[in-house]
Write a protein that binds this ligand. Structure first.
Ligand SMILES: CC(C)[C@H](C(=O)O)[C@@H](O)C(=O)O
Ligand code: SF4
Length: 479
């Protein structure tokens, strides 16, 4: 009898090139995604050492973080330069490095351009059972397809470019089992915010999380991507969801997915990956889906969550002193007071986008709420930023862009946008933003900006009323 293994153990074991005495292992990397922010020094390092990229065919580069989300070409088709010199330099470096090292490059104004974590799955570059890395913490997203995917630093980017391997220590495994089904108006984003609220931002430290249970079987691949994306916000090294028929159907026919006989062989292998019955996890947490409400953040850490029907917590309500102190600082930064009803909090900015929530289903969910409605007068800035050019085209084919613009939103070009203040899309100091992104850190959306994380439907509801709102109320009004 063979030993029962978890999905994580199966992928790990299949990629060990060399097991070292000190417990670390040299791991083969199947896929490497590259963006403009964390790659320039890595390519410089290769140049200085006179090295080539070991497997350019397993590497895919795309710019996303620094690009403005306003049009990138003028009426005559000429590229519009980026005003910020550092951003312009990083983009230029990637534009030069990709062809110089023979790497496939999706350019800033190409139809397929988008956020690196949106285009990986979309192109079929991300596959079950593979090891996938990127110089970016939200690489965890790709685990939704059953890939062991994690973020790496720039020196590791250089190492992978040069050798297609990484020296790693094995992580512990953690099971997050969700029982039951999510209620109406409760989305995968609410679920992951709730999970992080339960386990905390250190809950997954040192672990690879596998999300298990009926909720995930029922969940679309796009929903799974939202959940796995935020594994890093729970402190985990990576997130995983076992590949199933939905995964195969999602990947079939995608440009970089295997074809013909290779496809059949791949599916046969992918079917062997799910965690075996009896396999042991180092840690296990069970969550009841019926406990999950539409959820928002009140503070400056993704674990600072509360149902939208709830109140801003009192710092004294936390047992540990450091958490009490953090809560006081958060409330001060956020301009909130203990006991305030969350659905009384007014927002002036709405951001629908980021690698967490910018796929077609996210845009459909937001558009459903906005259809026939207008944003509140008090909402000054509302933008929708599709995760990729293909998502944008699909949304336009469905007429979603018209719904967004009719309700007072701006319809933008794909990129990271207001998820982080690295490009012109920023929330003004002291103002609030209902945001579908993944981090509510101090200054994340611009200096002094106050972020409330939530789902796309909830961000749309906030746009309509001008304050944090339980989307279920608007759904009820819809009949
Ligand atoms: C800029 C990049 C390195 C960073 C990350 O690693 O996550 C960014 O994507 C983020 O979300 O903060
Ligand atoms: S959308 Fe946000 S979280 Fe995702 S890669 Fe870009 S900056 Fe990072």
């Amino acid at each position: 009898m063979t030993e029962a293994k978890t999905l994580y153990e199966k992928i790990w074991d299949a990629h060990v090139v060399d097991q070292r005495e000190d417990g670390t292992a040299l791991i083969y990397i199947d896929r490497h995604l590259v963006h403009e922010v964390t790659s320039p020094q890595a390519f410089e390092g290769l140049r200085k050492a006179g090295r080539k990229v070991r497997r350019p065919d397993l590497t895919l580069a795309v710019p996303d973080h620094n690009l403005p989300t306003t049009p990138r070409v003028d009426a005559s088709g000429n590229k519009i330069p980026i005003a910020d010199p550092q951003s312009a330099a990083q983009l230029e470096a990637l534009e030069k490095n990709a062809p110089a090292f023979g790497i496939k490059y999706i350019g800033a104004s190409d139809a397929e351009q988008g956020i690196v974590h949106v285009i990986g799955p979309e192109q079929g570059f991300t596959l079950p059972g593979t090891t996938l890395v990127c110089g970016d913490s939200h690489t965890a997203a790709h685990g939704a397809l059953g890939a062991l995917a994690f973020g790496i630093g720039t020196s590791e980017v250089e190492h992978v470019l040069a050798t297609q391997t990484l020296q790693l220590s094995r992580s512990k495994s953690m099971e997050i089992r969700v029982e039951g089904s999510l209620g109406p108006g409760v989305s995968p984003k609410d679920l992951i915010l709730h999970i992080i609220g339960v386990i905390g931002t250190a809950g997954g430290t040192g672990h690879v999380i596998e999300y298990r249970g009926e909720v995930f079987d029922q969940m679309s691949i796009e929903g799974r991507l939202t959940v796995s994306n935020m594994s890093i916000e729970a402190g985990a090294r990576a997130g995983l969801i076992a590949p199933d028929e939905k995964t195969f159907a999602y990947l079939k026919g995608r440009p970089m997915a295997p074809k013909g006989g290779d496809w059949d062989a791949a599916v046969a292998y992918w079917k062997t990956l799910p965690t075996d019955e009896g396999a042991q996890f180092d840690k296990s947490v069970t969550i009841q889906a019926s406990d999950v409400a539409p959820t928002v953040t009140w503070g400056t850490s993704p674990e600072d969550v509360v149902p939208v029907t709830g109140q801003v917590p009192a710092p004294e309500s936390f047992t540990d002193a450091s958490k009490q102190d953090a809560a006081r600082k958060s409330l001060d930064y956020m301009g909130l007071s203990a006991g305030q009803a969350m659905d009384d909090v007014a927002v002036e900015n709405i951001f629908i986008g980021s690698c967490t929530n910018s796929r077609i289903e996210d845009l459909r969910a937001a558009a459903e709420v906005l259809d026939g409605r207008k944003k509140a007068e008090s909402v000054k800035w509302a933008i929708v930023v599709p995760g990729s050019g293909l998502v944008k085209a699909q949304a336009e084919a469905e007429g979603l862009d018209k719904i967004f613009t009719a309700s007072g939103f701006e319809w933008r070009e794909p990129g990271c946008s207001a998820c982080l203040g690295m490009n012109p899309d920023k929330v003004p100091p002291g103002e609030r933003c209902a945001s579908t992104s993944n981090r509510n850190f101090v200054g994340r959306q611009g200096p002094g900006a106050r972020t409330h994380l939530m789902s796309p439907a909830m961000a749309a509801a906030a746009a309509v009323t001008g304050k944090l709102t339980d989307v279920r109320d608007l759904m009820g009004a819809n009949g």
